[in-house]
Design a protein around this ligand. Structure first.
Ligand code: ADP
Ligand code: ZN
Length: 295
């Protein structure tokens, strides 16, 4: 079955055509301008491909509740042109096919659970640490929405006493995103994150902040695996540091085999940065299956 996948981001829109096995047949990237400029280009691309369903993993916040009047909308984003924009509706109307819709990070966790290293697990968290921090949660076989959807990048964490940086989030002085996303690293140290590679103290502090948040997620949701992606996690030296700090912070309280094998518990993404787009294919497949069930 030919399916469309859209990974909608604040700087670019990645559009792909693939199938239900996660195979990507073709892919393009379109800069994110206004909906008036960008959406018609994407519609033309998918229309030409002749897809049977589309999945969208979208930057947020979004409304993922099918029972809500604003289902399918991007809601209170700081990207003003996209505020209160019915992105799923625009595609559903133009393409006349089922459209699956969720957050970008829920898309990524779905990609990893369906096609990647987390196959067969029923509680998995995917955290992206890039321009912002976000987390997708797959729990008991479903993507977690609840009241809205997880906004776990903004969990409050304790600042380390040797860190004078005030934080970059306009809402919180000491949330993970404000202290540890790429722009926070660059503002604190005055250099591009990628150029700080050899500065041990940068990644030690970064790992300490990330580990605090992960410890909270572990205690709250009991994930069987935590997958870390996004630009900042290209600094691979972070992984051993994060694992060590998580163990230290949990201090032996959680006793499971995963805690004894942290190297296979807190892991990098496994799908070569295609987890988001492959997850969107699965969102599309699920939307088609659901529409057939209802018919
Ligand atoms: P986005 O979050 O916008 O989708 P990315 O996940 O690539 O995009 O994140 C971009 C952020 O990640 C930038 O703020 C940059 O500082 C940081 N970043 C990108 N590449 C690297 C790298 N190799 N090492 C450290 N930080 C990086
Ligand atoms: Zn915040």
């Amino acid at each position: 079955m030919k399916l469309g996948a859209l990974e909608a981001g604040g700087t670019k829109m990645v559009c792909a055509v693939g199938d239900e096995t996660g195979k990507i047949l073709e892919q393009i990237s379109i800069p994110t301008e206004t909906p008036e400029i960008t959406v018609p280009k994407m519609i033309a691309y998918f229309r030409k491909a002749g897809i049977e369903g589309l999945g969208i993993g979208c930057f947020g916040p979004i409304d993922p509740d099918p029972a809500s009047e604003t289902y399918g909308y991007i809601t209170s984003t700081p990207k003003l042109a996209w505020q209160n924009y019915n992105i799923a509706g625009a595609f559903r109307e133009a393409l006349c096919c089922p459209v699956g819709f969720d957050t970008d990070v829920n898309g990524s966790v779905l990609g990893e659970v369906t096609f990647g290293q987390a196959k067969g697990k029923n509680c998995v968290i995917y955290v992206t640490i890039g321009t912002g921090v976000g987390a997708g949660v797959y729990i008991e076989g479903r993507l977690l929405h609840g009241m809205l959807h997880p906004e776990a990048g903004h969990v409050l964490i304790q600042k380390r006493s040797d860190d004078p940086y005030g934080g970059k989030c306009p809402y919180h002085k000491n949330c993970l995103e404000g202290l540890a996303a790429g722009p926070a690293i660059e503002a604190r140290w005055g250099q591009k994150a990628v150029d700080l590679k050899d500065r041990e103290e940068v990644w030690d502090l970064e790992a300490w902040y990330i580990a605090q948040a992960l410890s909270g997620y572990i205690l709250t949701l009991s994930p069987q695996m935590i997958i870390l992606g996004g630009g900042v996690m290209h600094q691979e030296q972070l992984f051993p540091k994060i694992r060590t700090y998580v163990k230290e912070m949990l201090n032996g309280y959680i006793k499971t085999s995963q805690m004894d094998h942290m190297e296979s518990y807190i892991v990098p993404a496994s799908l070569k940065d295609d987890q988001g787009i492959m997850g969107a294919l699965e969102l599309g497949r699920r939307a088609v299956a659901e529409s057939r069930n209802q018919a």
